[in-house]
Structures are given as structure tokens and as C-alpha cells.
Write a protein that binds this ligand. Structure first.
Ligand SMILES: [Zn+2]
Length: 174
């Protein structure tokens, strides 16, 4: 059981930097290198110790991480940024990409002008600006500040823990 628990590792600055196994996380905590930020709820008992497994730990000393590559602009990454939801109505069905300022009006294909959009809103918007079609973006289209961990390791099938959410928001880190 403990082997399957994954723990999100935050730098001292609360920036997510890694995901590790529970064993390693517990070892770092016992060595005084990290502290628990969020608990998993899973109880561990040994002869001398009894504690809850962490879901998120934070390193007590800052670790310098080489600058991550920029998040490449791609359909897949726009969908990820927008959490697979239409940025006008929130629907998760029949998604496509929408140019906020239409291409025909000089709109560019980049992070700031492309959002995930359902076909219905896309058809309604047509060749207009959102406001002209009575649509409003749920949040401004921005380039992610950093590479959220689960994006960097497409081969690592780590499903993010519920308690990781607030630390993995691409907009929360500066
Ligand atoms: Zn929509």
C-alpha cells in the first residue's frame, strides 16, 4: 500500500519540483529535510512510530532547480492549461481550439490568443470577438509560468492527488 502512495515535493518556496514515493518522503522527513504540508490520511504504524502519510511535503532548504524549458505551445498543452473545459461555457464536450481574436482579423496562434472551446460556442462566436457574440472568457488566456510537474513526465502515469491541486495550478507560481 505504502509503495503506491505518491508524494508531491515542493521546494522551500512552495514551487512543485518533483513527485516521489512515500518511503522516500518519509525518510526525508525523518532526516529533518522536509515537512508535511498536506496529509494523505493514510495511517502508518510501526513499533515506535505512528503517523499519517504525507500527500505534499516541502523541503526545508531551498534547492536550486535549473530553469525549466518553456511550455511548448500545442493543442494538447492548451487543453491541459484550460483543464479540458470550454473557456466560454465550461463544457467538456466536443472541444476544439478558438482564436479569441479571429485569424482573419490578425489574431495570432499563441498562448494569449488561443483557448479551449466547445463547438457550440465556437460556432456561435464565428468570426467575431467574444464580446460581439455575447461570450465572455472565464479567465484570461495566459502562458503558463512554469511546467507543472505532471506535464513534464508524460510517460510517468502519476494521477495528481486531490490535495496537490492548489500547488499545481499553472497560474499560482510567479
Ligand atoms: Zn462552450
Amino acid at each position: 500500500m505504502i509503495q503506491s502512495v505518491r508524494v508531491l515535493v515542493l521546494n522551500q518556496t512552495y514551487e512543485p519540483i518533483n513527485v516521489c514515493g512515500a518511503r522516500r518522503a518519509v525518510r526525508m522527513m525523518l532526516l529533518g529535510k522536509a515537512e508535511t504540508i498536506e496529509e494523505d490520511g493514510f495511517m502508518v504504524r510501526s513499533e515506535r512510530l505512528e503517523f499519517r502519510l504525507p500527500a505534499v511535503i516541502r523541503l526545508l532548504r531551498y534547492v536550486k532547480i535549473p530553469r525549466k524549458a518553456e511550455v511548448p505551445f500545442s493543442k494538447k498543452n492548451v487543453f491541459r492549461r484550460d483543464e479540458h473545459a470550454c473557456q466560454y461555457c465550461g463544457s467538456g464536450d466536443h472541444l476544439t481550439l478558438d482564436h479569441i481574436l479571429p485569424l482573419s482579423k490578425g489574431g495570432r496562434t499563441n498562448w494569449e490568443n488561443v483557448v479551449c472551446c466547445c463547438r457550440r460556442c465556437n460556432a456561435r462566436k464565428g468570426n467575431r470577438l467574444p464580446g460581439e457574440a455575447g461570450l465572455r472568457l472565464r479567465r484570461p488566456a495566459r502562458k503558463p509560468h512554469y511546467y507543472p510537474f505532471e506535464w513534464m513526465n508524460p510517460r510517468q502515469t502519476v494521477s495528481p492527488h486531490m490535495r496537490w491541486e492548489k500547488y499545481l495550478d499553472p497560474y499560482s507560481a510567479s
